[in-house]
Design a protein around this ligand. Structure first.
Ligand code: FES
Length: 307
C-alpha cells in the first residue's frame, strides 16, 4: 500500500484505514460468524505486517537505498572480491534487529501458552459426553407419561461439579426401537433449574452406580415444568407456555448400549411439534439461556464456543 503523500513531515498512509476496516469486520464476525472472524483476522495480520514493514522503510530509508544500491551495482559485483564480501551490516543495526527478534520470541513464548490455556478448554471435548444412566428397565417399566427425574455426572472425572438433572420419559417403541424424550432442567430464560409441575414420588427413588458414577432416578407425573425464578412455564414436551423464556427447554440425544441408556450431547430447540415418539424437532447447537434459536433475533447473539 503506497503512501499518498507527505505534508509537513507527517506521512499519510492508507494502512491505518485498512487495518481499522479489517478490525471492525473482525469484531462484527465475533457476533455473526466464525468464518468472518477467520477471514478478517487474516486480513488484519496481512495489513498489520504491511504497515509495520512500511513504517520501518519510512523510518530507515537507508534499508531501501541499500537494496537499490546493490541492485544497481549488481553488474560490478561480478568482481570476485566484492561478490564474496556481500552486503555489510552495521553493528548497531545488528543489535537492533537482534533485540527486536529476541523480544518477539520472548513475547510469543510468554503469551501464546497463556492465551492457549485460557481459550483452549472452552473448545476441548465440549458437547461430546456420553453418560450411562443404567438399565432400560428403570425407565420403561413405569406408568405411561412418567418422567424419571434423573441425576448423573456429566463428566465422571470432574465429580459433583458436573452433576446434571434431566427428565427422561419412555415414549414406547419407534421403528422397533425404544424411544425416549430427555429434557434438560436448565431454564431457557436465565438457566435456573426447572421443576416438574406435578408430584415427585420420592418413595420410589432408585439409586444405582454405573461406570459413569452415581445415578439417581425418581419418578414423577408432571403436566409440564415450571421455573421458580421468574415464573417461566413449559408443557410436557418442553415447549414454552408462559413467562420470559425465549424458547423451549433443551434436550439431550441418547443411545442404547448393551441394554443401558446413555445420555449424549445436549442441543437446543425452538418449539417441538407433536408429542412423544411422534414429535418433530428441529435441532440447534446448544445455545445459552436467553438466546433465540429459530427466528431473526438469533443474529443478535454472539457466537459461542461449544458447551
Ligand atoms: S430463569 Fe427461569 S424464568 Fe427466569
Amino acid at each position: 500500500m503506497q503512501h499518498s503523500g507527505r505534508d509537513n513531515g507527517i506521512a499519510r498512509s492508507l494502512w491505518p484505514f485498512g487495518f481499522a476496516l479489517a478490525a471492525a469486520a473482525f469484531l462484527v464476525g465475533l457476533v455473526l460468524s466464525w468464518w468472518l472472524v477467520a477471514i478478517a483476522g487474516g486480513v488484519c495480520v496481512l495489513i498489520g505486517a504491511g504497515w509495520i514493514a512500511d513504517s520501518i522503510r519510512s523510518k530507515h530509508p537507508h534499508l531501501l537505498e541499500e537494496t537499490v544500491e546493490h541492485q544497481v551495482e549488481a553488474p560490478k559485483a561480478a568482481a570476485p572480491v566484492r561478490a564474496a564480501a556481500g552486503p555489510a551490516m552495521s553493528r548497531s543495526r545488528f543489535l537492533e534487529a537482534g533485540t527486536l527478534g529476541l523480544g518477539a520470541v520472548m513475547g510469543g513464548a510468554l503469551t501464546v501458552p497463556a492465551v492457549g490455556f485460557m481459550v483452549a478448554p472452552a473448545f476441548q471435548s465440549q458437547g461430546k459426553h456420553d453418560a450411562n444412566v443404567g438399565p432400560l428397565d428403570n425407565f420403561t417399566g413405569v406408568p405411561e407419561g412418567t418422567f424419571m427425574v434423573t441425576t448423573f455426572l456429566l463428566r465422571k472425572d470432574q465429580g459433583d461439579v458436573s452433576r446434571r438433572t434431566v427428565y427422561v420419559r419412555y415414549n414406547g417403541e419407534l421403528q422397533s426401537q425404544p424411544s425416549f424424550t430427555i429434557i434438560s432442567n436448565r431454564c431457557a430464560h436465565l438457566g435456573c433449574p426447572v421443576q416438574p409441575s406435578g408430584p415427585i414420588d420420592d418413595a420410589k427413588k432408585v439409586e444405582l452406580t454405573t461406570d459413569n458414577g452415581p445415578v439417581s432416578l425418581t419418578p414423577s407425573q408432571p403436566a409440564g415444568f415450571g421455573c421458580p425464578c421468574h415464573g417461566g412455564a413449559y408443557d410436557a414436551e418442553g415447549n414454552r407456555t408462559a413467562g420470559p423464556p425465549v424458547r423451549g427447554l433443551d434436550r439431550f440425544e441418547y443411545s442404547i448400549i448393551d441394554g443401558e441408556l446413555h445420555i449424549g450431547k445436549a442441543y437446543s430447540v425452538g418449539t417441538v411439534a407433536g408429542t412423544g415418539a411422534d414429535a418433530r424437532i428441529k435441532k440447534f447447537d446448544l445455545a445459552a439461556p436467553g438466546q433465540h434459536v429459530d427466528d431473526w433475533e438469533w443474529w443478535l447473539y454472539p457466537v459461542q464456543p461449544p458447551h
